[in-house]
Design a protein around this ligand. Structure first.
Ligand code: MLC
Ligand code: AMP
Length: 519
């Protein structure tokens, strides 16, 4: 029986080779990976998880959590990772929508999740490293030689939720071949081999840390340092014995501010990759000046995995995301008509290829609306291709904020704020932030004499939305700028508050601003 993705992973695994090391000195070889993922897959089977069943997982990053992802592949289950920052209110939606057979959480979350899981008929387990009845304990008694479930290229491997412009999250269905084809393309394009050692400091509930970083390492038989979170000191220390780093732009902003970032400190490194959000050209240049390394920027999204990459050999051009990866077709079109545009013209970026997802979970209409007749996926990103063939992302056709590599859909935050007592309406925007790229900012109109203030808005969001979605600042205005059609002009707001997070920008300066009405 063949298991499309895991067979490829198994094929690259040499039992004695190192796979993962953690800062506290724990280490796993590829043999350990095969054994533990096999035992966990057997435990899933014992718990009644069938091929095609969803397994929702909200646990802290650890090597065992990664093994659980691999166990799901082997058991034929559909892995559904959830951001550890999600509140119970948010989890309620995901569990209701995905109807998982099993929900795996940290021990501290078990009591809260039980009633939610029960409502939707899901079983709950924990992934507790201290023992005490967790999935790891169940796995102890299982046989490591698990017979992997048969899974073909088109079978689902994972569902990753991505927020929608209407505020409702959509589950992107990713198949075994979406993941395998993309990881193999990246491995080859970026020249990963068993000799590589990656500094893995990204979360493992999103495409970047889970599929780009982990799958590429697995398919190369390479190894990684697994950090719970990014820390510039730790990353610099590990560069002495690592070969590669993959990160969001905030990693590079923080490294570029670190006095320890030098040519000598990075001499053993062969590759720095950035993605998930735009890398400022000034960060690219500052990093190159300090280290002699040109950061390689690439472009992707949850629905499509990775689409483009700057070259490995050849110029890595700051402010561009390079060319389509082998096997990926990319075109720039008129957003309305879908007609292809000539080189140099700005339009909608559309993607087709084995990397593109199968559709949104149980949302056939939404899926249909985001594909063209000929199978191209409409990304919502605006871009242009220059004379040398490099793609430049010049904006977003979708109302989206990216903060430290996390996506926030303003509609979701606005809906929560608008329901608060004393609030008439709100507009949530992203404005330049020196550390996070964009800072989530709420502009709110309150009722006359209402007592609601910045603290009340932020307190009200605490239990409702994940921390990273919460505004860094809340500003009150008398009215929101609208165009003649009555649509809120977010571009005007973004201009007015463009300097809000710049060093030295006073808090009080902005609290009473009322942007001018514009047409
Ligand atoms: C943490 N906080 C954030 C935040 N991360 N707020 C806004 N945006 C973020 N990204 C909150 C914390 O909860 C904390 O709240 C406060 O901000 C300060 O935290 P910090 O200690 O400075 O943050 P840190 O832990 O260092 O995290 C920053 C980060 C992290 C950038 C290292 O967010 C991160 O690892 N981001 C990577 C996201 C990612 O993997 N994206 C890939 C998506 S896939 P408090 O309570 O202390 O005030 C994708 C496709 C593709 O996009 O192309 O790859
Ligand atoms: P997500 O939905 O979390 O997968 O985020 C995908 C979005 O991140 C894309 O649609 C882009 O808007 C953005 N993105 C990813 N990589 C880059 C990049 N290198 N430059 C600019 N934007 C990027």
């Amino acid at each position: 029986m063949s298991n499309h993705l895991f067979d490829a992973i198994r094929g690259a695994a040499s039992s004695d080779a190192p796979f993962i090391e953690t800062p506290d000195g724990r280490a796993w070889s590829y043999g350990d990976m095969l054994g533990l993922s096999g035992r966990l897959a057997a435990a899933l089977d014992t718990l009644g998880v069938q091929p095609g069943d969803r397994v929702a997982v909200q646990v802290e990053k650890s090597p065992e959590a990664l093994m659980l992802y691999l166990a799901c592949l082997r058991a034929g289950a559909v892995y559904l990772p959830l951001n550890t920052a999600y509140t119970l209110a948010e989890l309620n939606y995901f569990i209701g929508d995905a109807e998982p057979r099993l929900v795996v959480v940290a021990p501290k979350s078990k009591a809260g999740i039980l009633p939610v899981a029960e409502r939707y008929g899901a079983h709950v387990e924990t992934l507790d490293h201290a023992g005490g009845g967790s999935l790891l304990d169940l796995a102890q008694d299982e046989d490591p030689d698990f017979l992997d479930a048969a899974r073909g290229p088109d079978d689902l491997a994972a569902i990753l939720y991505t927020s929608g412009t209407t505020g409702r999250s959509k589950g992107a269905m990713l198949t075994h071949d979406n993941l395998l084809s993309n990881a193999a393309a990246l491995r080859d394009h970026w020249r990963f081999t068993a000799a590589d050692r990656l500094i893995h400091a990204l979360p493992i509930f999103h495409t970047h840390g889970l599929f780009v970083a982990s799958n590429v390492i697995l398919l190369s038989g390479a190894s990684m340092y697994f950090l719970a979170k990014f820390d510039a000191d730790e990353a610099l220390r590990l560069m002495a014995t690592a070969t590669a780093l993959m990160g969001v732009p905030t990693f590079y902003v923080r490294l570029a501010q670190h006095p320890g970032l030098t040519r000598a400190a990075t001499a053993g490194m062969r590759l720095f990759v950035s993605g998930s959000a735009p890398l400022l050209a000034e960060t690219h240049r500052a990093f190159a000046e300090r280290t002699g390394h040109a950061i390689l920027e690439r472009y992707g999204m949850t629905e499509t995995n990775m689409n483009t990459s700057n070259p490995y050999d050849g110029a890595r051009v700051a402010g561009t995301v390079g060319m389509p990866l082998p096997g990926v077709s990319l075109r720039v079109t008129d957003p309305e008509s879908g007609a292809a545009l000539a080189g140099g013209e700005t339009g909608m970026i559309e993607i087709k290829g084995p990397n593109v997802f199968k559709g949104y979970w149980r949302m056939p209409e939404k899926t249909a609306a985001e594909f063209r007749q000929d199978g191209f996926f409409i990304t919502g990103d605006l871009g242009k291709i220059d004379d040398a063939g490099y793609l430049h992302i010049v904006g977003r056709g979708k109302d989206l904020v990216i903060s430290g590599g996390y996506n926030i859909y303003p509609k979701e935050v606005e809906t929560e704020i608008d329901e608060m007592p004393g609030v008439i309406e709100s507009a949530v925007i992203g404005v330049p932030h020196p550390d996070l790229g964009e800072g989530v900012t709420a502009v709110v109109v309150r009722k006359k004499d209402a007592a609601v203030d910045e603290k009340a808005v932020l307190d009200g969001l605490m239990e409702r939305l994940a921390r990273y979605k919460q505004p860094k600042r809340v500003i009150f205005v008398d009215e929101l700028p609208r165009n003649t059609m009555g649509k809120v002009q977010k571009n005007v707001l973004r201009e007015v508050y463009a300097r809000l997070y710049q060093l030295g920008a006073g808090k009080a300066d902005h609290t009473a601003d009322t942007p001018k009405r514009a047409n």
